[in-house]
Design a protein around this ligand. Structure first.
Ligand code: 7PJ
Length: 287
């Protein structure tokens, strides 16, 4: 059993090291097959209204994605992805004062998105697509390197790890070196262990319980557990629309174990939970 005081103390150290509070990244999917919102935000007015709502609820970052990476999904051609994400990124930047993140693995989309005003590249392939490192070296925005075992189409078939935290740490080390060699400064990097990407339920739970171990990199940690199948599975097979409370709980657990950015669908509920956590953490820090 984890000693609660030790738990808070460990978190406090991470907290002090980073000197900032948890940021909430609201998800905006612009895909016809997005598993959790069914592509409801294809119309750009609807998308902008959703952004407005997420910002009113306290989102710090809006993550725009035009390619579904859910298990089993097919790739989207470059042109289609550009047409989905670039106009909406430009429109968000024109209308709102927020950081926009682009969820893509394609170098062409990274470039066009940043030119349209995106301030963060969120890549589930951790810049492994040909040309991605080079394009990012020419920009100055932060980059989230996410871990994924395999490819979206097949990653859930037979995920295997010797030691999940050790294996993902090796991957992070290798990608950090690749970035540095390409001319991307280390302090631009954000790490994400990639919940649900080539991981069984047991892997995901183990990863969440040991998330604090990634603090050795001294880089911000981003976590996306919102509405994912691990939440459904832990709640006895709950469908996507019944995963709100479980997602908020998992987000809080991640934040208490060192996550700095939470990527979520339900911004208002997460922001409330994070506020309570912040109050308690600050009190611990004072006392
Ligand atoms: C993640 C993501 C995640 C980061 C997706 C979904 C699937 N980017 N993009 N981390 N997941 N950085 O939202 O369920 O976990 S798409």
């Amino acid at each position: 059993m984890l000693n609660p005081r030790l738990f808070f103390w460990q978190r406090k150290m991470v907290w002090q090291a980073n000197k900032s509070s948890i940021q909430v990244m609201g998800i905006l999917n612009i895909t016809p097959d997005s598993f959790s919102d069914g592509g409801r935000f294809q119309g750009s007015e609807a998308a902008l209204r959703h952004v407005e709502q997420m910002l009113a609820e306290g989102a710090d970052i809006v993550d725009v994605g035009g390619e579904s990476t859910r298990p089993g999904s097919e790739q989207v051609p470059v042109q289609a992805e550009l047409e989905r994400v670039v106009p909406i990124i430009a429109a968000i930047r024109e209308r709102f004062d927020t950081v926009v993140s682009v969820d893509t693995s394609k170098p062409e989309v990274m470039l066009a998105a940043v030119e349209a005003g995106a301030g963060l590249v969120n890549d589930v392939c951790a810049l492994r697509e040909p040309g991605a490192l080079e394009i990012c070296a020419r920009m100055s925005v932060p980059i989230c390197l996410m871990h994924m075992q395999g490819q979206p189409r097949t990653m859930q078939r037979a995920p295997h790890y010797e030691d999940i935290v050790g294996d993902i740490s090796c991957f992070f080390s290798e990608r950090i070196v690749a970035c540095e060699q390409a001319g991307i400064a280390r302090d631009r990097l954000i790490l994400d262990p990639g919940f649900g990407f080539g991981k069984t339920l047991q892997h995901n739970v183990n990863l969440l319980s040991r998330l604090d171990e990634f603090s050795v990199f001294g880089l911000p940690i981003l976590v996306g557990v919102s509405r994912k199948s691990m939440i459904g599975a832990l709640l006895g097979g709950r469908p996507v629309d019944g995963r709100l409370h479980g997602s908020v709980a998992a987000g809080v657990i991640a934040a208490m174990k060192g996550a700095n950015i939470l990527r979520v669908h339900d911004v208002g509920a997460t922001v409330d939970a994070v506020k309570l956590m912040n109050a308690v953490m600050n009190e611990e820090q004072r006392g």
